[in-house]
Design a protein around this ligand. Structure first.
Ligand SMILES: Cc1ncc(COP(=O)(O)O)c(C=O)c1O
Length: 396
C-alpha cells in the first residue's frame, strides 16, 4: 500500500547553499512512486486524458520530465532563471547563435575551443554572421573589436589549453555599455569554480560532457539564461531545431551535479599540486596554471575563481619530448575530452585544436611541444608517480 508519506516532498530551503543546491535543486520525489531519484522518462510521447487534456507533457522533443529536472537543477546551480538541455556543447553554442541575424557581428575570445571556432568559421559565416577573435583577457582589445553591428560578446575563461583569464565583471561592463549581451562558455571552470551570471553575464553555455557530468559517460550541453527574451527564444529553438539532450544523458548529468562540489575540490587540489610538481621539474620548460604565482593573471584568477580548476598545460621544449611524455604515461590516459574523474592527457596541436590552422595556433600560444592534462580525482601521489616515470624517459 502506498503510504501518505510517500508523497512528502524534499524541500530545498530558500537560503540553501551551493552544495545543497547541487544535490536537490529541480528535483522532487517522483509523484507516482516517491522514488527519490528522478526517473529516466524514456518515452517519446504521453497519453492524453481527453482531447486537449494532459499533464503538461505532449511530445518528448518538446517536454521530458528528466530533462526538465536537469534544466531546473542547472538554472539553480548557475544562478540563472532558466536552463535548456542540448544534445552536446556544440548544439548548445549553436542554439545561442540563433539569437543573431545575418549581418550581426560577434566578438569572440581568440583562444576559444577549436570546435567553436570551426562552427563560427565554417558554418555560421555561410549565414552572414561575422566574427572578430580578440584577446579578451586584454580589456582594451574587447573595446577595440566592438563595431556598431556587434550583437554578442562570446567569452571563454579560462581558455583551453593555455588558461588565459578574462575579467568577467569588467568585460560585462564594457559590453553592456554598448548594449551587447555577454555569453560565457563556462565548461572549463565549472559552476563550482566560477558563476559568470554573478559577474553580469547574460547567458552561460556548458558542454555537460565535461565537469557537470564528470564521469566520461555522456555527451550533452546546456544554456543557462536570465533575460526573458532569451529564455523565450531558447525554449522555441530547442523545440524548433530539436537538438535536445536525451533522457538517459539528462539523468547521468543530474547524477553528476550531485557530486560536483566534492569532485571539484579534489580537481582543484590535484590540479594545483601537479602544476607545482611540474613547475619544479627540470625537464619541463613552462607550466600554464592560474594557481601558480607565475601565471600572468594569478591575482585576477584568485579573485574570480574558487580554486583554479583541474586543467593544466605544460611545454616540453620539443615535439619529440612531448611525444615521449604522452606515450609513456600509464595511469593517465591519452584521450580527448576533460572534466571526468579520471586523468586524461592530450596533445592540443594534433588533438583538440587540430581544426585550428597552424598559424592561428601559434598566435594563441598553442605550441607543438605543449601537453595538456585534465587532472582527475585519483590519489595525487599515484598521478605524480606516473608523470615522474614518464618524464624520467625523456632525454635530458
Ligand atoms: C570549452 C568547450 N566548449 C564546448 C565544447 C563542446 O562540447 P561537446 O563536445 O559536448 O559538443 C567543448 C568540448 O571539448 C569545450 O571544451
Amino acid at each position: 500500500m502506498i503510504s501518505e508519506y510517500a508523497f512528502r516532498t524534499v524541500k530545498l530551503p530558500d537560503h540553501a547553499r551551493f552544495d545543497t543546491i547541487c544535490i536537490h535543486a529541480g528535483q522532487t520525489p517522483d509523484p507516482s512512486t516517491g522514488a527519490i531519484i528522478t526517473p529516466i522518462y524514456q518515452t517519446s510521447t504521453y497519453v492524453q486524458d481527453a482531447l486537449g487534456v494532459h499533464k503538461g507533457y505532449e511530445y518528448a522533443r518538446t517536454q521530458n520530465p528528466t530533462r526538465a529536472a536537469l534544466e531546473r537543477n542547472l538554472a539553480a546551480i548557475e544562478r540563472g532563471k532558466a536552463a535548456f538541455g542540448f544534445a552536446s556543447g556544440m548544439a548548445a553554442t549553436n542554439a545561442v547563435m540563433t539569437l543573431l541575424q545575418s549581418g550581426d557581428h560577434v566578438v569572440v575570445t581568440d583562444n576559444t575551443y577549436g570546435g567553436t571556432y570551426r562552427l563560427f568559421e565554417r558554418v555560421l559565416r555561410k549565414y552572414q554572421l561575422d566574427f572578430t577573435y580578440a584577446d579578451t583577457s586584454q580589456l582594451n582589445e574587447i573595446e577595440r573589436a566592438i563595431r556598431p553591428s556587434t550583437k554578442l560578446l562570446f567569452i571563454e575563461t579560462p581558455t583551453n589549453p593555455v588558461l588565459r583569464i578574462t575579467d568577467l565583471a569588467a568585460a560585462c561592463t564594457i559590453a553592456h555599455g554598448h548594449g551587447i549581451p555577454v555569453v560565457v562558455d563556462n565548461t572549463f571552470a565549472s559552476p563550482y569554480v566560477q558563476r559568470p551570471i554573478d559577474f553580469g553575464a547574460d547567458l552561460v553555455i556548458h558542454s555537460t560532457t565535461k565537469f557537470l557530468n564528470g564521469h566520461s559517460d555522456s555527451v550533452g550541453g546546456a544554456v543557462i539564461a536570465v533575460r526573458d527574451d532569451h529564455i523565450e527564444w531558447l525554449r522555441f529553438i530547442q523545440n524548433a531545431q530539436g537538438a535536445i539532450i536525451g533522457p538517459m544523458d539528462a539523468w547521468l548529468v543530474l547524477r553528476g551535479t550531485k557530486t560536483l562540489p566534492i569532485r571539484m575540490e579534489r580537481h582543484n587540489a590535484n590540479g594545483l599540486a601537479l602544476a607545482q610538481f611540474l613547475a619544479a621539474h627540470p625537464k619541463v620548460s613552462t607550466v600554464h596554471y592560474p594557481g601558480l604565482p607565475s601565471h600572468p593573471q594569478h591575482e585576477l584568477a584568485s579573485r574570480q575563481m574558487r580554486g583554479f580548476g583541474g586543467l593544466l598545460a605544460f611545454e616540453m621544449g620539443s615535439l619529440e619530448r612531448a611525444r615521449s611524455v604522452l606515450n609513456n604515461v600509464r595511469l593517465i590516459a591519452l584521450a580527448e575530452s576533460l572534466g571526468g574523474v579520471e586523468s586524461l592527457i592530450s596533445h592540443p596541436a594534433t588533438m583538440t585544436h587540430a581544426s585550428v590552422p597552424p598559424e592561428r595556433r601559434r598566435q594563441i600560444g598553442i605550441t607543438d611541444d605543449m601537453v595538456r592534462i585534465s587532472v582527475g580525482i585519483e590519489d595525487l601521489q599515484d598521478l605524480q608517480d606516473d608523470l615522474e616515470q614518464a618524464l624520467a624517459r625523456v632525454s635530458p
